[in-house]
Design a protein around this ligand. Structure first.
Ligand SMILES: C[S@@+](CC[C@H](N)C(=O)[O-])C[C@H]1O[C@@H](n2cnc3c(N)ncnc32)[C@H](O)[C@@H]1O
Length: 368
């Protein structure tokens, strides 16, 4: 049975004030996740597959690579840097970390995942590398330190992320790293800028037209021995959209996530990118249990709570600086708590076998 809208609205108001106990929030999230699974299951593999093909045709017809990139900045990437960093590990990795035994600290798990990218993407010192969707610099800074002869470019559409990475690079004395602020919808590199490796960590979930995006990225790779490595979160079978309004192509019906954190967002299926091989060929792929991400998110939630008082003050000051009522900062604080809890429950569902993380290695088509 679907949860009635009026109960959801009452719950959302309570969430904004931080008055709903966590165990109730988590029970409600699990109910919504089960509802989601019912919504994306059309009853047979035959129909489910046909729906997936229709969904893929739909995104190929989209006129933009990414919808509403300014909303992603508002919801995450240009929220107070001080606040966001107070909830993340020391390398500010805003994506799944790796917990092979489950006993690692967040700091260790950040490095384990970053190191796994270096192995899987076959990185070597001296290469030209693009970190596409660089966040607060976890990978860009790691690579610039590990590979001093490499030239690293980090790209994101957030100017506050650039300010943070530039300041950190200066304090570390790094001179082989450039951060550019631009929208991947419209950005192109000059012909003289081409890469041996492009890595993109959890940016594709903000995208829609993967055909146009991958075509564009393929032209940024050098002709010889170049590789593209992608990390996404995903559902094991079914792609779907997060949208503020109900979408006939399989959109979000519960809205809270779409409205507050993931406007224009996509939940890819694990096999989604395999349907976009016009310009790139898959070399290999990996599936990582959602439990890695669930552990990451629980660690972020713990840090947010540990630094809660300062975090609340910071978000209120940030709201004021942006010309809003400081109460908006309070709402943002409690929404982030629910966001981390909701994502942890999603990735922890059925021990990480329903939603998880996909890694993909592609090479340019028809070249050496
Ligand atoms: C989930 S964060 C991941 C950050 C980083 N890769 C990490 O692992 O910590 C997604 C990143 O993609 C960037 N991004 C999202 N939409 C974009 C767009 N349209 N153009 C450029 N960057 C975008 C965001 O600014 C952010 O840096």
């Amino acid at each position: 049975m679907a949860i009635p809208d009026w109960i959801l609205q009452l719950g959302y108001d309570g969430l904004d004030r931080g008055v709903v106990p966590d165990f109730i929030v988590r029970l409600a999230i699990r109910a919504l996740l089960r509802q989601r699974l019912r919504e994306i299951d059309y009853g047979s593999l035959e129909v489910n597959h046909a729906m997936k093909m229709a969904w893929i045709e739909g995104v190929k017809r989209r006129t933009t690579i990414a919808d509403v990139p300014e909303k992603a900045n508002e919801q995450h990437y240009e929220v107070s840097t001080k606040f966001i960093l107070s909830t993340l590990g020391p390398r500010a990795k805003y994506s799944s970390c790796l917990f092979p035994t489950g006993n690692e600290t967040l700091e260790e798990a950040e490095v384990l995942m970053l190191e796994s990218y270096c192995q899987k993407a076959q990185l070597q010192d001296g290469q030209d590398v693009l970190d596409l969707g660089c966040g607060w610099g976890s990978l860009s800074l790691y690579l610039a330190q590990k590979y001093p002869k490499s030239r690293i470019i980090g790209l994101s559409n957030s100017s506050t992320q650039k300010a943070h990475i530039d300041a950190t690079a200066r304090s570390l004395g790094l001179t082989n790293l450039d951060i550019i602020t631009t929208d991947v919808n419209t950005h192109d590199f000059q012909e003289t800028t081409r890469f041996d490796r492009i890595l993109s960590i959890e940016m594709f979930e903000h995208m829609k037209n993967y055909q146009v995006l991958l075509q564009k990225i393929s032209t940024w790779l050098k002709f010889t021995d170049s590789l593209l490595f992608i990390h996404i979160f995903c559902h094991r079978m079914t792609p779907y959209h997060f949208e503020d309004t109900e979408d006939k192509e399989g959109g979000d019906k519960t809205n809270w996530m779409a409205k507050n954190f993931f406007s224009g967002g996509t939940m890819p299926s694990h096999d989604l990118l395999l349907y976009f091989q016009d310009d790139l060929t898959l070399v290999r792929s990996w599936y990582l249990s959602g439990t890695h991400y669930s552990r990451t998110l629980e660690a972020w939630l713990k840090l947010q709570d540990q630094n809660g008082e300062a975090g609340l003050q910071e978000l209120q000051a940030d709201a004021k600086a942006k010309g809003q009522d400081p109460i908006e900062g309070v709402k943002a604080f409690y929404r982030f708590r629910v966001f981390y809890m909701a994502c942890s429950e999603l990735f922890g569902f059925d021990r990480g076998q329903e939603w998880g993380v996909g890694h993909y290695l592609f090479k340019r088509k028809n070249v050496a």
